[in-house]
Design a protein around this ligand. Structure first.
Ligand SMILES: [Zn+2]
Length: 96
């Protein structure tokens, strides 16, 4: 399964590169070689969600005595947000 390129509309973006794009790294379409990045208007709220997951789990760990369960929740929450990141954030062409 590959993700479609916003320029040539061919499935030119591997899940690994799509994932990297979600961490603000650029990538290239395998078909037309255009330089792509994740849409920053979607990345900003996702960054806040990542921080929110960390904050909630830190709170549970430190103040609620949840111990290892808090770490487990943190890992699960992070993986869920990662999956949404890869599936939902659209790619855009980078200028230049
Ligand atoms: Zn392309």
């Amino acid at each position: 399964m590959k993700f479609p390129c916003p320029k040539c509309e061919q499935p030119g973006i591997s899940p690994k590169n799509k994932y990297r794009a979600g961490y603000m790294q650029d990538t290239f379409c395998a078909h037309c070689n255009v330089r792509l990045s994740a849409n920053p208007w979607f990345l900003v709220p996702f960054s806040l969600i990542y921080m929110w997951v960390l904050a909630v789990c830190t709170f549970l760990y430190v103040f609620d005595g949840a111990g290892m369960m808090a770490l487990l929740y943190g890992v699960i929450g992070w993986l869920v947000v990662d999956a949404l990141n890869v599936l939902l954030i659209p790619m855009i062409e980078m200028d230049g």
